[in-house]
Design a protein around this ligand. Structure first.
Ligand SMILES: C[S@@+](CC[C@H](N)C(=O)[O-])C[C@H]1O[C@@H](n2cnc3c(N)ncnc32)[C@H](O)[C@@H]1O
Length: 395
């Protein structure tokens, strides 16, 4: 399959019907959306609670923060109201929501902590415990602050992902916490009566990266540390690749904290584009690269894009170098199509002879995916066992 057709398949919004009792709710998914190729199991827990009558449907203008493209929004639409908006940090979810016909002004990019204090009558929230406790707790604090005194938060979480801890934290922030449905480890919980004194969460973590100070938003990949795979890639660049960056245009696919982009700038890149599906990663990379782009140490220009590999949104043609530590999970689910899409995106954006440097878990099929590339050479630093670093030139 050509790179363009792999990317087209990656971008496709696949129709799905979400069943809530007798009601069929038209939805869709795509490779980067939580639960793909089916539904996030948290949604099944919500539909069960609704169908059993244990949970009242949306009652007031509400925020859908269930992680996908707006299942509760679509459900409310089928029922004839109330109105709602989608709050999302996933570019893929946003894109699929728009493809489903949700209006641009009904989609808000952001997090619960961005919402004005006391401004929200109702919210439906899938706790992002797969992104770490700090992120989940910061969002819970955000909801406790954003909800009106008579508001309702419908939360869903899994008992084995830290659900008990979430329930305890909820009780410290809301006067009334009720588990309304239990199924297969999932808990649907209603939270009412937000306590007045919940402080604004501190969502930034400052840490020392390999090329200087880092500022990372909670829930961003690897948090306040350097991932071991990323470390191996940086090591390999030092040994084999540094010359390729002088004056180069570099694309950092799945930029996370921005640590690879920062290295590219330090190695003399003329322009760096850092791209990620996750808005927390985008904000982190913006924070880290802002000083550099303003003529910092190396003087190269940096741009950060919120995108799930739908590259037309950003001017990324004819790049000299692509860097990546590609993902293979969405939430907790392994999604093989992501690896293929990342390699296709590199191929689609590199100039002829342009080079990719990538690091991946040794068990992943990158040797096969790069088999038509020139090279590919395995440049894994000595002593690294669980990862492979490849450098290859565009086919
Ligand atoms: C393994 S992390 C690497 C992050 C960073 N480059 C590093 O090395 O620390 C992969 C990144 O890809 C992002 N990602 C996942 N799916 C994506 C998609 N479809 N499009 C763009 N980025 C995606 C994730 O949000 C995550 O930040």
């Amino acid at each position: 399959m050509s790179a363009q057709s792999v990317l087209a398949a990656h971008a496709e919004a696949v129709p799905l019907a979400w069943r809530v009792g007798a009601v069929s709710v038209p939805l869709a998914s795509a490779v980067g959306v939580l639960g793909y190729p089916g539904f996030d199991p948290a949604l099944e827990a919500l539909s069960e609670a609704l169908a059993r009558g244990r949970l009242a449907p949306p009652e007031a203008p509400f925020v859908d923060a269930t992680g996908g493209p707006g299942a509760v929004l679509a459900y409310a639409r089928v029922r004839g109201g109330p109105s709602g908006c989608l709050l999302t940090s996933s570019a893929a979810a946003r894109r699929v929501a728009l493809a489903l016909g949700v209006a641009t002004d009904e989609v808000r990019a952001g997090f619960a902590w961005d919402l004005a204090v006391g401004s929200i009558a109702e919210a439906w929230w899938r706790a992002p415990l797969d992104r770490g406790w700090s992120r989940a707790l910061a969002e819970l604090d955000g909801w406790a602050r954003a909800l009106t005194p008579s508001g309702r938060l419908v939360a869903v979480w899994h008992k084995d992902e830290g659900g008990k801890r979430a329930e305890r934290a909820a009780s410290q922030r809301f006067a009334h916490v009720e588990v309304v449905n239990r199924s297969g480890g999932w808990r649907v919980v209603t939270l009412r009566g937000p306590l007045a004194e919940v402080p604004a969460p501190d969502v930034w973590r400052d840490w020392q990266g390999p090329d200087g100070p880092m500022r990372t938003m909670v829930g961003t990949f690897a948090g306040e540390r350097l991932d071991a795979g990323t470390r191996a890639l940086l090591q390999a660049l030092g040994a084999d690749g540094a010359a390729a960056f002088e004056g180069a245009r570099v694309l950092d696919l799945g930029c996370g904290s921005g640590v690879l982009s920062l290295r590219a700038l330090r190695l003399g890149a003329r322009e760096v584009v850092a791209l990620d599906d996750d808005l927390a990663a985008v904000r982190s990379s913006e924070a880290v690269l802002a000083g550099e782009a303003a003529g910092g140490a190396a003087g190269g220009a940096a741009r950060v894009a919120w995108s799930d590999l739908t590259l037309d949104a950003t001017d990324v043609a004819g790049m000299d170098v692509v860097l990546m530590n590609p993902p293979f999970h969405v939430g907790r689910r392994v999604v093989g199509a992501l690896s293929e899409a990342f390699v296709a995106a590199a191929e689609a954006t590199l100039r002829p002879d342009g080079r990719v440097w990538l690091v991946a878990n040794a068990a992943l099929p990158f040797e096969r995916l790069l088999s038509s590339w020139r090279g590919p050479s395995d440049v894994t630093p000595a002593g690294v066992r669980s990862y492979r670093v490849y450098a290859a030139a565009r086919p």
